[in-house]
Design a protein around this ligand. Structure first.
Ligand SMILES: Nc1nc(=O)c2c([nH]1)NC[C@@H]1CN(c3ccc(C(=O)N[C@@H](CCC(=O)O)C(=O)O)cc3)C=[N+]21
Length: 290
C-alpha cells in the first residue's frame, strides 16, 4: 500500500509556525501582514475556497481585506480597485480569484497587480523570475507540491517527473519548479500520444487536469509518487456533492510508492503557501529576513 502524503497535516504545521512568526513580527512592526482576496461573481467552488482563505488568515493573524463583487462589475472598476490595493500600505498580498466572469479580461487584470504583492505568482514578472531561476513570489499550488515532496523526502534530482496539464496556474510553473530541482521533466497534455507510455515512466506524476478517474491502475508503476492536483466536484448517488481528484484513488493507491489524497492533499498546501507568500512579501516590505 502506498504511503499517504498528508497535505492537510503538513499545512496545519506550516500555519502554526506562521502564526508564531506573525505574532512576533506584528509586535515588532506594529501592523499585521495583510491579504486582499478579490472574488467576482458567484462560482460556488470559489466561494468555498475564498471563505477558507479568510478563515486561515484569521487563525494566523493576517488581516484580510478584499471584496466580493457582483459578476456585472465593469473591468475599469476592477482595475481601479486593484490600483487602490497596490497603493494600500496595509496590503502585502493581492489575489484575484479565478475563474472570472466571461466579460472580464483576466490577463489584463492579473498583470495590473503590483509584482511585489502578487502572492499568486501569476504576474509575468514573477513567472519570468521562475523561468530564469531568480528569487520571486512563486505560484502557490506548485510551491505546495514542492514543499510536500521535500518534507516527505521524495527524491527529485535525476528522477523523471511527468506533469499532466500545462495551465498557467499549475502545469507550467510546476514543470519549471521540478526542473529547478533537477528533475528530468516531461509535460504531457491533451495532444500527447500514448499517454500511458509516458505516465508509466514517471517517478513523480503530477496531475492537474480536472478530469475525475483520468489516472487509472495501468498508468502507474510501483515506484511512482502520485501528486493529485485535480479538484473535481462530482455528484454522489445520494445527491450530495463529493470532491475527487484526477486519480482513481482506490485503484491506484495499492500500486504506487506514495500518493496524495483529495481532499486533504494539495488543496490545503495551496492555502498554506498563499499565507507564506503573504508573510514573505510583508517581510520584504519591512526589509526583515523571512
Ligand atoms: N487566483 C487563484 N489562485 C488559486 O490558487 C486558485 C484560484 N485562483 N482559483 C481556484 C483554484 C483552486 N484552488 C484551491 C485551493 C485550495 C483548495 C482546498 O483547500 N481544498 C480542500 C477541500 C476544500 C473543500 O472541501 O471544498 C482539500 O483539497 O482538502 C481547493 C482549491 C486554488 N485556486
Amino acid at each position: 500500500m502506498a504511503q499517504r502524503l498528508d497535505g492537510k497535516a503538513l499545512a496545519q504545521e506550516i500555519q502554526l509556525a506562521l502564526a508564531q512568526q506573525v505574532k512576533t513580527l506584528t509586535a515588532k512592526t506594529g501592523r499585521p501582514p495583510g491579504l486582499a482576496v478579490i472574488m467576482v461573481g458567484d462560482d460556488p467552488a470559489s466561494a468555498t475556497y475564498v471563505r477558507n482563505k479568510h478563515r486561515a488568515c484569521d487563525r494566523i493573524g493576517i488581516a484580510s481585506y478584499g471584496k466580493h463583487l457582483p459578476a456585472s462589475t465593469p473591468q475599469t472598476e476592477l482595475l481601479n480597485y486593484i490600483q487602490q490595493l497596490n497603493q494600500d500600505d496595509r496590503v502585502d498580498g493581492i489575489l484575484l480569484q479565478l475563474p472570472l466572469p466571461q466579460d472580464l479580461d483576466a490577463v489584463t487584470l492579473l498583470n495590473s497587480i503590483a509584482p511585489d504583492k502578487d502572492v499568486d505568482g501569476l504576474h509575468p514578472i514573477n513567472m519570468g523570475r521562475l523561468l530564469r531561476g531568480e528569487p520571486g513570489l512563486r505560484s502557490c499550488t506548485p510551491a505546495g507540491v514542492m514543499h510536500l515532496l521535500q518534507t516527505y523526502d521524495v527524491p527529485i534530482a535525476g528522477r523523471h517527473a511527468v506533469v499532466l496539464g500545462r495551465s498557467i496556474l499549475v502545469g507550467k510553473p510546476m514543470a519549471l519548479m521540478l526542473l529547478a530541482a533537477n528533475a528530468t521533466v516531461t509535460i504531457a497534455h491533451s495532444s500527447t500520444r500514448d499517454l500511458v507510455a509516458v505516465t508509466r515512466q514517471a517517478d513523480i506524476l503530477v496531475t492537474a487536469v480536472g478530469r475525475p478517474h483520468l489516472i487509472t491502475a495501468g498508468m502507474v508503476n510501483p515506484g511512482t509518487t502520485v501528486i493529485d492536483v485535480g479538484i473535481n466536484r462530482v455528484e454522489h448517488p445520494n445527491g450530495k456533492g463529493k470532491l475527487v481528484g484526477d486519480v482513481d484513488f482506490a485503484a491506484v493507491e495499492p500500486l504506487v510508492q506514495a500518493i496524495t489524497p483529495v481532499p486533504g492533499g494539495i488543496g490545503p498546501m495551496t492555502v498554506a503557501m498563499l499565507l507564506q507568500n503573504t508573510v514573505l512579501s510583508y517581510c520584504k516590505r519591512f526589509h526583515i529576513d523571512g
